[in-house]
Design a protein around this ligand. Sequence first.
Ligand code: OX2
Length: 829
Amino acid sequence: SSLDRTAKAERMFELMDGFLKNDPVSLQKDILDHVEYTVARSRFSFDDFEAYQALSHCIRDRLIERWHDTQIHFKRKDPKRVYFLSLEYLMGRSLSNSIINLGIRDQCADALSQLGFEFEVLAEQEGDAALGNGGLARLSACQMDSLATMDFPAWGYGLRYQYGLFRQVILDGFQHEQPDYWLNFGNPWEIERVHVTYPVKFYGTVEEDISNGEKYKVWIPGEMVEAVAYDNPIPGYGTRNTITLRLWAAKPSNQHDMEAYNTGDYIDAVVTRQRAETISSILYPDDRSHQGKELRLKQQYFFVSASLQDIIRRFKDGHKDLNQFPDKVALQLNDTHPALAIPEVMRILVDEERLGWNEAFDITCKIFSFTTHTVLAEALEKIPVDLLESLLPRHLQIIYDINSHFMEELKRRIGLDYNRLSRMSIVEEGAVKSIRMANLSIFCSHTVNGVSRLHSELLQTRVFKDFYEMWPEKFQCKTNGVTQRRWIVVSNPSLCALISKWLGTESWIRDIDLLMGLREYAADISLHQEWQMVRKINKMRLAEYIEATSGLKVSLDAMFDVQIKRIHEYKRQLLNIIGIIHRYDCIKNMAKDDRKKVVPRICIIGGKAAPGYEMAKKIIKLCHAVAEKINNDSDIGDLLKLVFIPDYNVSVAEMIIPGADLSQHISTAGHEASGTGCMKFLMNGCLLLATADGSTVEIIEEIGEDNMFLFGAKVHEVATLREKGSTIKVPLQFARVVRMVRDGYFGFQDYFQSLCDTVEGSNDYYLLGADFESYLEAQAAADKAFVDQKKWTQMSILSTAGSGRFSSDRTIQDYAEQTWGIEPCRCPL
Ligand code: OX2
């Protein structure tokens, strides 16, 4: 009865004793309780890892309190919500980030030091959550942080892969992949929701039925698995708001064939059940192509189906009329990976809710927005029709229906221009008949976004030109951003303190435009001194890491020159390595006196190659072969060193970026959709050596060409250069270096031949030869600037000062206003 309930609530209140407290003594008590009761160790004897576990649980408790309040607040206010659908998130570590966003870093450090532990040491105990490949996945993580911080009513949805991105192990210079057992020691940052589960169907047939005189389709599935929710609280900074990243894991369905158990097929039945779990077992380790893989398609649908059931359940809890759906729900497609959500929404509305086709399609088009992250043709997803037909027979029918409506509309507007119709069609005829997921996503979304201005222009003028001409109003641009909470506050505490001191406020952590205030002091000598000191501390940290991982001792006076990102031919790590060989060759041939003028360099390269990407793996091997030669050449001494940092991931990036003097973003113009690494370096005051590609074009506008080292062909020149092919004049030094590799100067002669082939003559698709001269000029300019430390420091300060535009807070604000139509919903303190 209601009386009982009130009495119960009162009793609960009495027992509750307020929220958890954050003073050091309360924290200590909570940590020790977790040591004893959660980790099950004695509070009188536990090690760093156990202390990390206990501390994490203590922080998690605090997150849960805020998370509850936020959810209740959202429910009460019932605002329009955005659902961010992404198959990948690179969250990295959570401890430091949570403590900082909760605003209790100092209290935690105090509490721990009295217990004899050091916060930094415990933070190092945590493994990375690496449920993604690269830029796209880290972008999702940054955007979740901004959504929480800016109080938006948002949910992230994803998959809880049992194995995240592979661990890269280097043996004899070759990459080997090992499974990432990230869940082996438990994951304190997630909450398993055993009661939040949904059935997900696959295979089977579609039949027709008649009800109330109307025909409708019924999908009779052939397989069923269960999706179980795991919630990861995402705390905002400077707010109580804590939102949810809900990840799905696959479990055998409870409705599984009981018959099999009884008829003696016990073993087979258990094995089949086990198979269900493979759906969420592993992340595909390639960020460009997963074409024609059944498991991948299964993952996509599993994810989409569970998320939509959850979203619709939440909507129906309070709303009856599905026509209101677009007023309450925005669905964001992070690339085409979740695009099956489109036919799935149609299926639910038409087959289950029995709405008419037009009404259902109208709702669908109002809820979806789509962001594409690439210009590379091979990264545009296509699903073979055969595969779709067997796995999701009803969805294929729906996609065909959507396409025939689409084609009708097109014919009305452009007539019978068959070339164009076939280019735009969602169905690609050809050797393997396939579904073009990008075309489906564009047609059925109200908004299509690119991830930088240049990328958005290329979408409109090249990749999706036909669509742009038809619906120019759909196309928008949201230049990517990264969160300053992770990329300055967490990863570079010294710089964070310095910025706050000079700006006289910490407000820039929520209001990044304030960083511009640093411009005023760009020439101030005392800021210079402090700035250089901070940079030195960070270089020291990086140097220690290099020594620990590779045994190489490096001088802090050298320029730390870094290129860290996935290994790809278009990102041109090979150009960097060829440049390094050239530098080595020059030093070797130099007179003693000239050597004094050489700016010492530590070249640092890091990144993973997709396991099946042969050329990328050869680039990694070449890097090691060259390093071996240079680093052991006593003739070179400290003038040049090359280090490959193995197993590059988010937490390694957090350590490298603050310690870099120079960073390279040198993709062939027109190939990097945006690039977000450059933004992290920029915020940390690292100078950029870059081509005018992706977001660097906009960085130039913010900090000016004089504050970076630009080189290379511009996007409009690339096509002409390619046409010229082998008639392009390639500098002699370039040919000389390639010759050295071919001739076995670095060993592994046979192995490197095919790699050398890719950069010679008309094979040089990514234009390494054509850009080489201008690359060397930019490198020389960097050397020159580095000698003048006053100038360098000023450029560095101006880089940080000009990085405000590249905060994901700005990106999210723009999405909220221009794409999703949502407003902040701040939970009262
Ligand atoms: C990456 C893009 O390559 C990169 O340029 C961009 O900054 C990032 O997404 C975030 O937008 N997979 N990863 C990407 O694209 C795809 C496909």
